[in-house]
Design a protein around this ligand. Structure first.
Ligand code: ZN
Length: 88
């Protein structure tokens, strides 16, 4: 019985967090990349996973982050007004 050349989808999903962290060992990373070349569903899954992480990070950003400049001015006014009402 020869060893399977490709990792399974299940293994790929197990590796995703480490892969995106850059902590996945090179030999596993190679298997991971090779699986992606033959498995479009996993490419789509990885893409969705990345977007989820990006959204999560954006939501966790502290309010004094420079990116706050991208928040619409109207929304900032609404937040300040809500805080003042909460204090009063
Ligand atoms: Zn797959």
């Amino acid at each position: 019985m020869s060893r399977n050349e490709y990792i399974t989808c299940r293994e790929l999903i197990d590796f995703i967090a480490d892969y995106l962290d850059g902590t996945l060992p090179p030999e596993h990373r190679r298997d991971f990349d090779r699986h992606l070349t033959v498995c479009p569903p996993c490419v789509a899954y990885l893409d969705g996973y990345k977007k989820t992480i990006a959204l999560g990070k954006a939501a966790l950003k502290p309010s004094d982050d420079p990116a706050t400049g991208q928040v619409p001015e109207g929304l900032l006014h609404a937040i300040r007004a809500a805080r003042q009402q909460a204090k009063g």
